[in-house]
Design a protein around this ligand. Structure first.
Ligand SMILES: *[C@@H]1O[C@H](CO)[C@@H](O)[C@H](O)[C@H]1NC(C)=O
Ligand SMILES: *[C@@H]1O[C@H](CO)[C@@H](O)[C@H](O)[C@H]1NC(C)=O
Ligand SMILES: *[C@@H]1O[C@H](CO)[C@@H](O)[C@H](O)[C@H]1NC(C)=O
Ligand SMILES: *[C@@H]1O[C@H](CO)[C@@H](O)[C@H](O)[C@H]1NC(C)=O
Ligand SMILES: *[C@@H]1O[C@H](CO)[C@@H](O)[C@H](O)[C@H]1NC(C)=O
Ligand SMILES: *[C@@H]1O[C@H](CO)[C@@H](O)[C@H](O)[C@H]1NC(C)=O
Ligand SMILES: *[C@@H]1O[C@H](CO)[C@@H](O)[C@H](O)[C@H]1NC(C)=O
Ligand SMILES: *[C@@H]1O[C@H](CO)[C@@H](O)[C@H](O)[C@H]1NC(C)=O
Ligand SMILES: *[C@@H]1O[C@H](CO)[C@@H](O)[C@H](O)[C@H]1NC(C)=O
Ligand SMILES: *[C@@H]1O[C@H](CO)[C@@H](O)[C@H](O)[C@H]1NC(C)=O
Length: 480
């Protein structure tokens, strides 16, 4: 039985991997066409069959560099430098067709309101350089909501523009020698908690409809809400960053790939008040109409901590669909929930083709969860019959210590979550009052399990459901 299951799983894994790489074949063709006339700093180097994090964009030095000092900026932590950043970037626009340019931020504390980036730009923060977000609300412009959300996430209507913005750009790098972007978000958290905001809170870095983006080698602190938010983007690499916001900061989130494809998140360390990494794709009727999925995402070697949310979350806004996501080497500690899939009736969309492999968890309340009753609706115009689909989810090779609840899977009666495949999972559940049978909560979910401890609920005993997997029959990752 198990051998048969393994053959099926091998076939399916090939199928899943092919699905994941179909876009990269297409990208390779586009890249070949694009590379001829342009000498991008973010050079695509696609060899076809590699996963998103395996093709490292080559970062070539920009032929031109200016320092923010040349635009009158003062790094005393008090002088407002918004105009200096805006002027520097306006000046650097003229280098776009000359190989692009670098804006260098030297050591110092550079207070600023929100500003825009431009294409073919590297924003480089030296060691000891700190970009400080202004705590004066008037330095943050209010802008239209995102079309796939129809309104602000937290309040109806518009939202504050993020601190650092990219709109319809190509080839942008935000990097440094461990420089810091500090949102000084405590004022926003207080305004949020006291209900004194009129618009939804801003994020630290947001890219809208951009391609070929790298964010690396930086520290992000105290974001008002999200830290890094690529939305409607392609080819996004987030590598080697650390993100911190205190446990009590309300709904602060680390990295949020949103209606974006071909995303790599690698070697990041994230500790936030709410989710550490959240994949999204729009909200109810707005997300369904905008119809842009998050797909081909590779997350590798990340260290996550989430005080009140989930270390790795899918949704709850997922109306444009989320698919073909591979997560490997996930370390989760001191968190409320480890990995969670969230949706609700009225969302539509799907979450499918997800493989989460090699997870270590320590001191996590709920290790794995999927819920079909999560989150609110943007307004009363959502379609209650728009049922979301959750299928082809594989959780494999996980160990956990000091877990309270192994799994909480509560699906939707009219659209059960299936198949969810558990394999080689061993969790030490430390809850004196709990028996093994109460370590799992299951309803409206169907799947299979193999080598799972503690023994999951009977819903996971259907061996005729086939599952995708990263492993071949020897338990090794399939290398294509
Ligand atoms: C920033 O970009 C947005 C969107 O493109 C634009 O509306 C706004 O005027 C820009 N702001 C500045 C200061 O250039
Ligand atoms: C990661 O970032 C740190 C500083 O934050 C730097 O010292 C290190 O070289 C970087 N590693 C890679 C592989 O980029
Ligand atoms: C990067 O900077 C942060 C904050 O300044 C610091 O805590 C961290 O140790 C630094 N990391 C490296 C690798 O230098
Ligand atoms: C919100 O709007 C009200 C009414 O226009 C205004 O009195 C208040 O100052 C605004 N609050 C903030 C934080 O801007
Ligand atoms: C990060 O910094 C290290 C050390 O300076 C450098 O070798 C590496 O290329 C940088 N990585 C990225 C992705 O920018
Ligand atoms: C991962 O990030 C850490 C901390 O920023 C850094 O010290 C290390 O060099 C990075 N490793 C790789 C393989 O990039
Ligand atoms: C076990 O995890 C819980 C959080 O779920 C935490 O409060 C507690 O301190 C942890 N115990 C140990 C011994 O680490
Ligand atoms: C089970 O998972 C562990 C990691 O949690 C791994 O070391 C081991 O090789 C896996 N075993 C099989 C049979 O896949
Ligand atoms: C399981 O998840 C559901 C839906 O999120 C929640 O209402 C319930 O309290 C959870 N059960 C446990 C035992 O945590
Ligand atoms: C197992 O799954 C198959 C395929 O979805 C279904 O036809 C069958 O009824 C399920 N068996 C049990 C016992 O749930």
């Amino acid at each position: 039985m198990q051998l048969l299951g393994h053959h099926q799983s091998l076939l399916l894994s090939l199928w899943l991997l092919m699905l994941m790489h179909m876009p990269s074949l297409m990208k390779m063709l586009t890249a070949l066409l694009l590379l001829l006339p342009l000498s991008n700093a973010v050079e695509l180097n696609l060899k076809g069959c590699e996963r998103q994090c395996d093709y490292k964009p080559k970062l070539q030095p920009r032929p031109h560099s200016v320092s923010i000092l040349e635009f009158g900026a003062v790094g005393d932590g008090k002088t407002l430098n918004t105009i200096a950043f805006q002027n520097a970037i306006f000046y650097l626009k003229s280098f776009a067709d000359k190989g692009g340019a670098q804006l260098y931020v030297p050591p110092g504390k550079w207070l600023t309101g929100s500003f825009n980036l431009t294409s073919h730009l590297t924003l480089f923060l030296a060691r000891g350089a700190v970009i400080l977000g202004s705590q004066d609300m008037s330095h943050w412009e209010v802008v239209e909501p995102l079309p796939s959300y129809g309104r602000g996430l937290e309040l109806p209507g518009g939202r504050y523009r993020s601190l650092i913005n990219g709109y319809m750009l190509n080839d942008v790098v935000i990097t440094g020698d461990n420089g810091t972007i500090n949102g000084q978000g405590s004022v926003w958290w207080d305004w949020f908690i006291s209900h004194s905001l009129n618009y939804s809170r801003p994020h630290l870095v947001e890219f809208i409809s951009c391609k070929n983006i790298v964010v690396s080698n930086l520290t992000f602190l105290n974001a008002p809400a999200f830290n890094v938010h690529p939305v409607y983007c392609s080819n996004v690499q987030v590598q080697n960053i650390s993100v911190y916001a205190p446990p009590e900061s309300p709904y602060t989130v680390g990295i949020v790939p949103d209606s974006s494809d071909s995303v790599c998140i690698e070697n990041c360390s994230i500790s936030t008040g709410y989710d550490a990494i959240a994949l999204k794709s729009g909200w109810d009727e707005y997300g369904i109409a905008y119809d842009r999925p998050t797909e081909s995402v590779h997350i590798k070697q990340v260290y996550l901590q989430s005080s009140s949310g989930s270390a790795l979350a899918f949704g709850s806004e997922m109306s444009g669909g989320i698919s073909d996501v591979l997560v490997e080497h996930l370390y989760i500690y001191n968190s409320f929930c480890g990995v969670e899939f969230r949706t609700t009736k009225g969302r539509g969309g799907y979450i499918k083709g997800i493989v989460i492999s090699d997870t270590e968890m320590t001191s996590v309340h709920t290790a794995f969860a999927a819920t079909g009753q999560s989150g609110s609706h943007p307004d009363d115009n959502f379609d209650p019959n728009a049922l979301p689909i959750l299928q082809q989810i594989t959780l494999e090779n996980a160990i956990g210590t000091n877990i309270t609840l192994a799994g909480n899977f509560t699906g939707i009666q009219e659209s059960p979550f299936t198949p969810i495949c558990l394999s080689n999972i061993s969790l030490s559940v430390t809850c004196s009052s709990c028996s093994s049978s109460s370590s799992w909560v299951c309803s409206n979910v169907l799947g299979s399990s193999w080598l799972v401890f503690p023994e999951p609920c009977p819903e996971f005993s259907n061996s005729s459901l086939s599952c995708s997997s990263l492993l071949d029959s020897d338990g090794r990752a399939v290398g294509l």
